[in-house]
Write a protein that binds this ligand. Structure first.
Ligand SMILES: Nc1ncnc2c1ncn2[C@@H]1O[C@H](COP(=O)(O)OP(=O)(O)O)[C@@H](O)[C@H]1O
Ligand SMILES: [Mg+2]
Length: 249
């Protein structure tokens, strides 16, 4: 089933023309960026393969360690390629690939991917998943990307010995939520709108696109993204999605 991606554009916002223009500009930039990323990615893929072949002549211990690492590198290259492909589709007059999804499944996948990163930073990444959540309808790659963006931000906002919680729950009968909470630096009230703007970043080396993309993805799925933050104590990002409509005969 297909779902138009332009739902977000019809929201009544102040200065709608300017917003619309900015959206088109960003869509063009994203498409350009995606192409720019794709070329080095294929080069990486080839060179990783050559390196793997070179290393396979080494001693057994080294071979085993290298094989594990190569598997991770390969999987991550594949994931990046998928993300790029999906964004190229997003930049055009495109559609979502919508299938029934388990929000808990997507959260599990996200935390699996980021567990090593959390450990390296000395952060305790915890899941608290509500049992028996009804399925949502969505594009798994885009929804996972949205969750990854939120969890990475939470990890980046936390200091060593910090905590990040990813919780899921049901809201009423027709919505489910994923809530990503950190006990990091928090966000000043006057910055809480700015952080969703494309290119707004306070990080050296940040691109400021994570939350903007996440919001676009969530809106395209008919969901919402809300923030609840207290400076100095931490932040929660609450992502809601409508549950899958029952099939009517
Ligand atoms: N969990 C969080 N805690 C504190 N600040 C955050 C958090 N998530 C996002 N931010 C703020 O929002 C800004 C924009 O985030 P994002 O769009 O993901 O871009 P980037 O991570 O590249 O900076 C960040 O630079 C940071 O200032
Ligand atoms: Mg980010």
């Amino acid at each position: 089933m297909n779902m138009a991606l332009d739902k977000a554009a019809s929201l009544p916002v102040a200065g709608e023309d300017a917003q619309e223009e900015k959206r088109h500009l960003v869509a063009r930039l994203l498409s350009h960026l995606a192409h720019e990323i794709r070329n080095p990615l294929s080069a990486l893929d080839v060179h990783v393969q050559l390196l793997e072949e070179d290393l396979m002549t080494g001693d057994t211990g080294l071979r085993q360690r290298a094989a594990d690492r190569f598997q991770i590198i390969r999987a991550e290259i594949r994931r990046l390629e998928n993300v790029v492909t999906r964004f190229l589709q997003l930049a055009g007059p495109s559609v979502l690939e919508v299938l029934p999804q388990s929000l808990n499944g997507l959260v599990n996948q996200t935390c699996d991917l980021l567990e090593a990163d959390a450990q390296e930073r000395g952060i305790d990444l915890r899941m608290e998943l509500a049992p028996d959540l009804p399925p949502v309808e969505g594009d798994s790659i885009l929804l996972t990307q949205a969750l990854i963006n939120l969890v990475i931000n939470a990890l980046q906002a936390s200091s060593a010995n910090g905590h990040v919680w990813v919780r899921t729950r049901k809201i009423g009968t027709d919505q489910v939520a994923a809530e990503i909470t950190d006990d990091g630096q928090g966000i000043q009230p006057e910055d809480q709108l700015k952080i969703f703007e494309p290119y707004y970043t306070t990080k050296p080396g940040g691109n400021g696109l994570g939350l903007w993309i996440t919001q676009q993805v969530v809106r395209a799925h008919g969901g919402t993204l809300r923030i609840d933050s207290e400076p100095g104590r931490g932040s929660s990002f609450i992502l809601t999605l409508p549950v899958q409509h029952p099939v009517t005969a």
